[in-house]
Design a protein around this ligand. Structure first.
Ligand code: UD1
Ligand code: CA
Length: 465
């Protein structure tokens, strides 16, 4: 196939979003809106892309970071005077004889549809312009495809310029994706006039300016055209993307239950199980055979093979190595690392803490700024007191150490290998290897004292009325 350049229009005001953030940077399923049509264009074979913007530096910076500065160029349209004006600016100076023109707000466009669109430039008659159309149940808001009796494409007419109920009833609409011969399209874009209800230069007017002999159309998937103009449409488009992503993983050997919502950026290996209500975001990676149970939220998490994440666990920017177990109701905050087969149980919070191979903290603990050696056991209710109100300090626990329940380790502090901290101890001094540390008031038993105490206490209690 002949090479082509993609021109993506993203300079509209996006006023219907009612947002300080440029419309095309609004994220859905983990990527900004604009990334989807660009990725589809590259997947379809585009050599390079030109993005027409209002000159926002954050859009340019994002594109360079996400897709590479070398194959994307941005050009500025100021002021935005319509899609035709934007396309004219985007096309100027493109050396490639073929272009693919897309809108930046149609995230569901598929590479296969775009390939068919570009290939249609070589159809009989070698058209100058090929438009993608879709048949939809609710055509309101889209440009309608007007054809003659022979079925030739005559014109695309915008919603606000429709003249009759018969036109309004047309269900074939403009998807907003076009393949064209650069020279021919550039020529008619120079002839556009803003003589329509919105007073804008319409790209769609290129259709009747070129005339039916030079224009063809291909029909694309109906969801390709779902455009994002407001937040309700953003929600709709994102839900469709999530469904598509679930399907993709399902075909790649991952069991997905119910409504799990997985960002496009997430990697999942085969035989993993993702339960209903799970949210996987960002650069999260799930290893083979891992199980992520109901309601868990993972952000930039690296989860190894065979790991079990039990219900309602939150993991952020942390690593969980093979066969470790986390949750239910656990919270791994940034820079936590669970080595192979470590266990973190319910109501345990970790932050910047490593748990060595097979180490366990199964109940109700806060482990911040720490290092727990392999095979160590951290009892219920243990707190790493890492913060003195000014600075953070580290707690280090040696391999095979045992920390009794309800202990406080006042950092900076080290508990040696194989050491034993008695239940309820406040550890303020380092504990040598294999030592027993115990720091609590000695218990006294007063024999026979309980009945006397109860009698005294009940005499003080007023009779209840
Ligand atoms: C457009 C089409 C319509 C089609 C629909 C499909 C036109 C005139 N209409 O309508 O036929 O059914 O898309 O989604 O093309 N933009 C610029 N500069 C501008 C104006 C817009 O770059 O001056 C960009 C926007 O950022 C957006 C895209 O072009 O990404 C489409 O503009 P929008 O105003 O959303 O067009 P629609 O009204 O949706
Ligand atoms: Ca739109």
């Amino acid at each position: 196939m002949n090479s082509f350049v993609a021109v993506v229009l993203a300079a509209g005001q996006g006023t219907r979003m009612k947002s300080a953030l440029p419309k095309v940077l609004h994220p859905l399923a983990g990527r900004p809106l604009l990334e989807y049509p660009l990725r589809a264009a590259f997947d379809a074979g585009a050599e390079r892309a030109v993005v027409v913007t209002q000159g926002q530096p954050e859009i340019e910076a994002h594109l360079a970071r996400a897709l590479g500065a070398d194959r994307i160029r941005t050009v500025v349209q100021d002021p935005p005077r319509g899609t035709g004006d934007a396309a004219r600016i985007g096309l100027s100076g493109i050396p490639s004889p073929r272009v693919l023109v897309l809108y930046g707000d149609t995230p569901l466009v598929r590479a296969e549809d775009l390939k068919a669109l570009v290939a249609a430039l070589d159809a009989p008659g070698s058209p100058d312009l090929v438009c993608m159309t879709c048949r939809v149940a609710e055509p309101f808001g889209y440009g309608r495809i007007l054809r003659d009796a022979a079925g030739r494409l005559l014109e695309i007419r915008e919603q606000r310029d429709l003249e009759s109920d018969a036109q309004r009833a047309i269900t074939e609409v403009n998807a907003g994706m076009y393949a064209a011969r650069t020279e021919a399209l550039a020529r008619v874009l120079g002839e556009l006039r803003p003589n329509n209800a919105q007073g804008e230069y319409y790209l769609t007017d290129a259709v009747h300016l070129l005339g039916p002999d030079r224009v063809a159309s291909v029909e694309g998937h109906a969801d390709a055209l779902v455009g994002v103009n407001d937040r309700a449409q953003l929600h709709d488009a994102e839900e469709r993307l999530f469904a598509r992503i679930r399907e993709r993983h399902g075909r790649a050997g991952v069991t997905i239950r119910g409504d799990a919502r997985i960002d496009d950026t997430v990697v999942i290996e085969p035989d993993a199980l993702i339960e209903a209500g799970v949210r996987l975001r960002g650069a999260t990676r799930i290893g083979a055979g891992a199980r992520i149970d109901v309601g868990s939220v993972l952000d930039d998490a690296d989860v190894g093979e065979g790991v079990v994440v039990k219900p309602y666990t939150v993991i952020t920017a942390s690593t969980v190595r093979a066969r470790a177990q986390v949750g239910p109701f656990a919270h791994l905050r940034p820079d936590s690392l669970l080595e192979e087969e470590a266990h973190v149980g319910n109501f345990v919070e970790t932050k910047k803490t490593r748990l060595g191979r097979g180490a366990k903290a199964n109940h109700l603990s806060y482990l911040g700024d720490g290092d727990v050696g392999a095979g160590a056991n951290v009892g219920a209710g243990t707190i790493f007191c890492n913060y003195d109100g000014f600075r953070k300090h580290r707690t280090v626990i040696g391999e095979g150490a045992f920390i009794g329940s309800d202990s406080q380790l006042v950092a900076p502090v080290t508990v040696g290998k194989g050491a034993y901290v008695g239940t309820g101890t406040t550890v303020t001094r380092d504990v040598p290897d294999d030592a027993l540390a115990i720091g609590r008031a000695r218990q006294e038993n007063k024999l026979g004292y309980a009945p006397r105490l109860k009698a005294r206490l009940s005499a003080k209690t007023k009779p209840s009325t």
